[in-house]
Design a protein around this ligand. Structure first.
Ligand SMILES: Nc1ncnc2c1ncn2[C@@H]1O[C@H](COP(=O)(O)OP(=O)(O)O)[C@@H](O)[C@H]1O
Ligand SMILES: [Mg+2]
Length: 680
């Protein structure tokens, strides 16, 4: 532990103590691998405020820079990426560090590499709070401010500090790591302040200025906070993709190629990996005549969107080369679901690009073509010798090359996978042999498959037994259970659980489903997915297929028979209902678009009737997951369903990210928001 005494209060200052308490409460919520944990804080009998932090062995970055001088660019990037992630975590909670400097960054050497831990979030404050008055006091008492060498101009002027203030300091520290020299120097305080407040931009060394990293630093070091348009999350993505370009070096003045074979250590590590190659092309008249820089930006925006999708499924960004993006699944550690995550990313990415492409075509007359190739195989991973090269490993070998060749064979909108990959995917995904189309391509002798989508039955089940107990969420769970009791007594209703990804929406519903088992009911679940948000009623069709035990290969006769059995159980008029269901179930093999208006109303009617008939037999718990991805028809159906649920025994439990704008009136569906889970 490290105990730190902050203040000796001469007169008891209630407001200060209250603020200290509030801020410490906030800081106690910071949980991040690169933030030193606050263990305790309080006030002694002698009116001293103190904080107790986790003890971290190591030296401060300040010490390291003083003794070692400049760090190799890959190490500087490695450490500053960790600091950035830490800031991102704090910023998400509205906490600004406000005093980031090399002395507040501990470097630990307990791992293979040195790692960074950010100290002293104790001085952080709510970002939106106006601290003008207190700032001016701090500026006057020099010691509290520490050194103004890392303070952003707005901070020195006593204006409100924001996330951008921290990021400015982050930029200065990064630059210092790269050059080994303090960026804003001065022997006297005034001199430092004048340099920080002056209009001249922070100078960058020549060898850095032309590199992408230099451009990134220039944006972070923008003196005017209004035009310093950066966020920790955005910078993180950019910095990661900078790595693919290789780091600049002070010695040669040139950026080094990311992979130079002569510098690879000979003995590599063999590992299993899934490589995904995605090619994006802008085509059309507007492209031939357009401004090149602008088109590059446009393409870059699409690549960034893809990388963001991939990050959610823990992909490793291999490289971006021209129009192509290479992603790896299974690095740094291989997992059994590598190929499946790659397939999910491919499908999501196609859906996203399709949507963005439609928008581009409408607004700019530009067509966006996306192609994907996936291959699973061995690679040899090598660390690079030589300090100025990229921080990531070099993944050499055949596997990424096969993914690239598959990509080049794909047609726009197509996802091609190799035979081994298809084998790993076949249980959960729909694959078609694509040999007839690619027979002429002698490039690849093994058969090629086209990835079409997920099997409806492969969605992760809510009915499964959770592997770990539920933490917290007592109130939310009680609320869900209480409403379920009301539903069972005949007051049907809808409830919407919102929260950021990973906040535990699914886990909470899973708990409800577990606990609901003690009374007889029908449990139904639907999942909305990014890749099917353009396909009408897709989650509902999935659900029906599962209920009826149908697959995509089912014949019309099988479909009709299954529908008839189900519907006659609930005494439907078969002549009317069966054709409606049959055409609904064939929706995917036709266009994915919904039939004409009249038919749509009837289809909604028959679907709602089915749910209500089931609820009449026994209470129905219908969980619909990730409604923010629902296609418009599904949303419309859900609206109608919750409206009619009152007075029945139907419980519609919806989950969604906060960005969903519910189409139903707020009074109709109770909304429960899941915040961050407090640590016990
Ligand atoms: N209250 C909780 N107790 C225990 N584990 C939780 C809790 N909330 C979430 N988790 C775990 O965190 C992960 C993400 O939760 P999940 O329910 O999938 O989030 P969401 O559906 O909001 O994206 C899962 O592994 C889940 O088991
Ligand atoms: Mg979920």
């Amino acid at each position: 532990m490290a105990v730190k005494v902050l203040h000796q209060l001469h007169t008891y200052d209630e407001a200060l103590v209250a603020r200290f308490r509030r801020e410490m409460r906030l800081c106690a919520r910071l949980y991040h691998p690169h933030i030193v944990r606050l263990i305790d804080s309080g006030q002694t009998d002698e009116n001293q405020l103190y904080t107790v932090f986790e003890y971290v062995p190591g030296r401060t970055l300040g010490d390291v820079l003083a003794t070692e001088g400049a760090l190799p660019p890959w190490e500087a990037a490695h450490l500053m990426l960790q600091v950035l992630d830490a800031l991102g975590c704090a910023h998400n909670l509205g906490i600004v560090h406000r005093d980031l400097k090399p002395q507040n960054i501990m470097l630990t050497s307990t791992g293979v590499r040195r790692n960074a831990m950010v100290l002293d979030f104790g001085l952080g404050t709510l970002s939106n709070e106006d601290r003008r008055e207190e700032q001016s006091r701090i500026t006057r008492t020099r010691d509290t401010l520490g050194t103004p060498a890392y303070a952003a101009p707005e901070q020195l002027r006593g204006e409100p500090v924001t996330e951008r203030t921290d990021l400015y300091a982050w930029g200065l520290i990064f630059l210092e790591c790269l050059t080994g020299k303090r960026v804003v120097e001065g022997t006297r305080l005034q001199e430092l302040i004048i340099k920080q407040l002056g209009p001249e931009p922070i100078p960058l060394p020549e060898w850095l200025a032309g590199h992408r990293l230099g451009r990134l630093l220039r944006r972070v070091l923008e003196k005017n906070p209004k035009t310093r348009d950066v966020s920790a999350q955005g910078l993180l993505l950019e910095l990661e993709s900078c790595a693919t370009q290789g780091w600049p070096s002070a010695d040669t003045g040139e950026s080094q190629p990311a992979a130079e074979v002569s510098q690879l250590s000979a003995e590599g590590e063999r590992r299993q990996l899934t490589a995904l190659c995605c090619g994006l092309r802008l085509v059309g008249e507007a492209v031939n005549t357009g401004d090149l820089a602008e088109l590059d930006m446009l393409l870059w925006a699409q690549h960034t969107a893809c990388v963001e999708l991939a990050r959610r499924r823990e992909a490793w960004l291999g490289s971006i080369m021209g129009e192509r993006l290479l992603l790896y699944f299974g690095y740094p550690r291989a997992r059994e679901d590598d190929a499946q995550r790659a397939a999910h990313v491919a499908l999501e990415l196609m859906a996203e690009m399709e949507q963005r492409g439609a928008e581009l075509a409408r607004s700019r007359g530009i067509h966006l073509e996306a192609r994907v190739g996936i291959h699973m195989g061995l690679v040899i991973s090598r660390e690079l010798r030589g300090q100025s090269l990229a921080g990531g490993p070099v993944l050499a070998g055949h596997t990424p090359g096969v993914a690239e060749r598959l990509e080049s064979l794909a047609r726009p909108g197509e996802i091609l996978v190799s035979a081994v990959t298809a084998k790993a995917l076949q249980e959960r995904f729909v694959l078609e042999s694509s040999d007839e189309h690619h027979a002429s391509a002698e490039v690849h002798a093994a058969p090629i498959f086209r990835l079409r989508g997920r099997h409806p039955s492969s969605t992760p089940g809510l009915a499964g037994t959770p592997t770990a107990p539920l933490l917290g969420r007592k109130l939310e769970l009680e609320l869900l259970r209480q409403r379920w009791r009301q539903v069972q007594a005949g007051t049907g209703q809808g409830i919407l659980i919102t929260g950021e990804p990973g906040s535990g929406k699914s886990r909470l519903v899973q708990e409800l489903v577990q606990q609901a088992r003690d009374t007889p009911h029908t449990f139904l679940e639907c999942h909305c997915a990014l890749e099917s948000r353009n396909s009408a009623l897709s989650p509902v069709v999935d659900l029906l297929e599962r209920m009826l035990g149908l697959g995509r290969q089912s014949t019309l006769a099988q479909v009709t028979a299954a529908v008839e059995t189900l519907l006659s159980r609930y005494r439907f008029e078969l002549d009317w209902a069966v054709p409606l269901f049959a055409s609904l179930l064939s929706i995917r093999s036709t266009s994915g678009h919904f039939p004409p208006h009249q038919k749509k109303e009837e289809t909604f009617r028959v679907l709602i009737d089915l749910f209500l008939a089931m609820a009449e037999a026994q209470p129905v718990l219908l969980a619909v997951e990730d409604v923010h991805w629902a296609d418009p028809a599904t949303l419309e159906l859900l609206s109608a369903l919750v409206k009619e649920a009152a007075g029945t025994r139907l419980y519609v439990v919806l989950t969604a990210r906060p960005e969903l704008t519910p189409p139903w009136p707020p009074a109709q569906v109770l909304q429960v928001h899941l915040g961050r889970l407090e640590r016990p």
